[in-house]
Design a protein around this ligand. Structure first.
Ligand SMILES: Cc1cc2nc3c(=O)[nH]c(=O)nc-3n(C[C@H](O)[C@H](O)[C@H](O)COP(=O)(O)OP(=O)(O)OC[C@H]3O[C@@H](n4cnc5c(N)ncnc54)[C@H](O)[C@@H]3O)c2cc1C
Length: 320
């Protein structure tokens, strides 16, 4: 039997955005002939119904409380049980704290392979084909799997979630399986963030090494606030200590796909592009007309950002 098993996740009782994105990916694969979509979640039956509305044909809910906030080793037997029940030969999970461990653990347990940090998926010739970065982000590789199930951990924002459709129907079944925890979590510390989350912002204003010093980010924050967006940074700017690494966009940072991405003094290295190339509209502010970011942008302003950004802020303020 073929099909896709999506390992969904919830935070504090609500579905995590990655769950909808994985279901969006799974529905695409189903449309290409990969079979039906089953979603697995630890929690309540209500979450199972939400997963059906988001595109699952069936949901398997593990009600065992030991899975709440648990590590991959506790999830492993539960996911194996769900895999057996669903008969799926493709498993999708998020490139999250859980998926990073669970993907390789499941692949090892089942004698198969996992594609980590997957950014695209297709089903062709009866096989899953996963796309992931290679050579330090300078190229992309397409990988297929020799053994079943084919497992992929998918980066956030690589796929769009479908709009929830409450009229969709599907079975929600429950299981009660949990593995043994050999590692004890002593505490969890949340990364501090204020304002809108970078990954969810409809507008992202990012700064790079060309800002010259950290004070340039104050200007970008003001512009982002006016546009009700978030501020990001290139790795070069983060490595210089000018902006927190939690705001880094790119291959080794966050993946964003806002309606508007304003790249200020960022050259557009492939590793940065890997994190924002899916943006609907890219605007580059750069002194160099030949910068890669300028080539990728829909609109470019070729000048010193110290002249351009204050002028933009002033004009936007006038609009009220
Ligand atoms: C394995 C690996 C992973 C990586 N992961 C990431 C990642 O996740 N994210 C990421 O960003 N990078 C990543 N990098 C680094 C990447 O290769 C680049 O080095 C980095 O993106 C460059 O940052 P930048 O564009 O800010 O700086 P630069 O390349 O130095 O570009 C600065 C730009 O600013 C412009 N400029 C200068 N002064 C001004 C001014 N006054 N006004 C306007 N424009 C000006 C210049 O013309 C230039 O285009 C990775 C690299 C490797 C090897």
């Amino acid at each position: 039997m073929a099909g896709i098993l999506v390992i969904a996740e919830a935070n504090e009782g609500a579905l995590a955005p990655i769950s909808g994105e994985l279901l969006g990916a799974a529905r695409k694969l189903a449309g290409e002939g990969a079979g039906s979509v089953t979603a697995f979640i630890a929690g309540s039956e209500a979450l199972g119904k939400e997963l059906i509305a988001l595109g699952a044909d069936a949901a398997i809910v593990d009600t065992n409380p030991a899975l709440q906030g648990a590590l991959a080793e506790v999830y492993l037997p539960a996911v194996q049980a769900a895999l057996q029940q669903s008969g799926a030969d493709i498993v999708l999970m998020g490139q999250t704290a859980l998926g990073r461990d669970l993907g390789p653990m499941l692949a090892f347990a089942l004698g198969t392979a996992v594609s980590m940090e997957t950014v695209d998926l297709k089903y062709a010739g009866g096989k899953l084909i996963a796309t992931r970065a290679c050579y330090g982000g300078n190229a992309r590789a397409e990988v297929s799997f020799k053994n079943a199930p084919a497992i992929a951990t998918v980066k956030a924002k690589s796929f769009d979630a479908l709009a929830p459709d409450a009229s969709r129907s599907g079975s929600v079944s429950t299981i009660d399986v949990a593995g043994e925890a050999r590692v004890k979590v002593l505490g969890v510390q949340k990364a501090e963030s204020t304002g809108i989350r970078l990954e969810d912002a409809p507008v992202v204003v990012s700064g790079g090494r060309g800002l010259g010093d950290p004070s340039g980010f104050k200007m970008l924050e003001e512009l982002a606030a006016l546009l009700k967006g978030a501020t990001g940074a290139s790795r070069a700017a983060c490595d210089l200590g000018w902006y927190p690494p939690s705001q880094q966009v790119g291959l080794t940072g966050k993946v964003v796909s806002p309606n508007l991405y304003i790249a200020v003094a960022i050259s557009g290295a492939s590793q940065h592009m890997a994190g924002m190339a899916g943006s609907k509209n890219i605007v580059a502010i750069n002194k160099d007309p030949d910068a890669n970011m300028v080539k990728a942008a829909k609109y470019a302003i070729i000048d010193d950002y110290k002249k351009v950004v204050p002028a933009l802020i002033e004009e936007i303020k006038k609009l009220g």
